[in-house]
Design a protein around this ligand. Structure first.
Ligand code: NAD
Length: 354
């Protein structure tokens, strides 16, 4: 198949890790007989320096023309000036909004060989394999808000329409159907009217369209505890924007290393955005020691979700698992032991793909 990737290296370690993901995608193309093209575009602080805009029109146009977007990370102390007209992160928020990326997918699956890096006990974490599906363009982050003129009161409003809830529940239910067949919807229906609406709509969609799924609802405060006490019990978890923001950050600690976690933001129609969960790590940028595996796993998600290439995605995931099992480590997961460079790790995954 022919496919076009827009590569958005961004700032800090972004260029180093995206280069390795590209190397792996080229290995996939070679092994499976695909023709992938790569259009590298500036975004974030790098784009502010060059164009005065973290998401220049030319970058946005290239993104619209692509089948999938692969982002490194944006931001860094150079652009942290609070008086600046624009910030690198503004580019990220705009691209999500402009491309209608309403579904954020974050898999959390600690690798067996790295489980001792988790802050939780091995017997709690082992076997965890959760896919979070977070609503990304609605809820309290986008509802009406304001501050009274005298500054004595402020408000933010959580709103969800039936259509917004139904479409994100469908994304999650489709994913659960393709996985272990269990869906958990997280809300705060004991207190919030908007959550009672969420709960009704989610139940209706599941009953009418996915009767074969095992379905449960959990309150968000209880979910925060279950994630630390019995994470193995969950398959796909669907929730709103703010609850998802908090729960996915909590869950990202289960594997013990940020450098291994990918994420996908999907819209309909149009290309999805695939990126590592971590930021631009300015403290290690330019030293060739960053872990490229989260970005490589994000590229695997692009193969699966944007291009429908599941076998290729699984091949990349197996290649990553196998280099980890062989003992290859970047500094962040080496626990003080010997480690390889960013490029050596990328090359090892590419070589594993043959
Ligand atoms: P960070 O995720 O960049 O770094 C946190 C710690 O994890 C650092 O010690 C870093 O060295 C380490 N780390 C992160 N990724 C790593 C990797 N692949 N390999 C090895 N070590 C890794 O978070 P931060 O320091 O809070 O933020 C730095 C910058 O990134 C800020 O400007 C922030 O706004 C931005 N940021 C961007 C995104 C994004 O682009 N999506 C997300 C989060 C933060």
């Amino acid at each position: 198949m022919e496919a076009r990737f827009a590569l958005l290296p961004g700032d800090g370690i972004g260029p180093e890790i995206v280069a390795e993901a590209r190397r792996v995608l080229e290995a996939v193309a070679g092994r499976f007989g695909h023709a992938f093209t790569f259009d590298v575009q500036p975004m974030g602080g790098a784009a502010i320096d060059e164009f005065g805009d973290p998401l220049p029109q030319s970058t946005l146009a290239a993104c619209r023309a692509a089948d999938a977007l692969l982002l490194g990370a944006v931001g860094g102390p150079r652009w942290d000036d609070p008086t600046a007209k624009t910030r690198p992160e503004a580019g990220l928020l705009r691209i999500r909004k402009d491309l209608g990326l309403y579904a954020n997918l974050r898999p959390v699956q600690p690798h067996r060989a790295l489980i001792d890096a988790s802050p939780l006990r091995r017997d709690v974490v082992e076997g965890t394999d959760i896919l979070f599906v977070r609503e990304l363009t609605g809820g309290i982050y986008f509802g009406p808000d304001g501050v009274d003129e005298d500054g004595s009161r402020a408000f933010s409003t959580m709103e969800y329409t039936t259509a917004e809830i139904a479409r994100i529940v469908r994304v999650a239910a489709d994913a659960a159907t393709a996985r272990r067949g269990k869906l958990t919807s997280v809300d705060k229906a004991n207190v919030l009217e908007v959550s009672r609406h969420w709960r009704r709509v989610a139940a209706d969609v599941v009953a009418a369209e996915y009767p074969g799924l095992e379905y449960e609802v959990v309150l968000v405060d209880a979910m925060a505890m279950h994630l630390l006490s019995r994470p193995r019990d969950f398959d796909v978890v669907v929730t709103g924007n703010m609850f998802g923001d908090i729960l996915t950050d909590e869950a990202s600690m289960l594997p013990g290393s940020l450098g291994m976690l990918p994420s996908a933001s999907l819209g309909d129609p149009g290309p999805g955005l695939f990126e590592p969960v971590h930021g631009s790590a300015p403290d290690i940028a330019g030293r060739g020691v960053a872990n490229p595996l989260a970005t490589i796993l994000a590229a695997a998600m692009a193969l699966r979700h944007a291009l429908g290439l599941s076998a290729e995605a699984e091949a990349v995931e197996r290649a990553v698992a196998s280099v980890i099992e062989r003992g290859l480590r970047t500094a962040d997961i080496a626990a003080g032991g010997p480690f390889v460079s960013t490029a050596e790790m990328g090359a090892a995954v590419a070589a594993q793909l043959g």
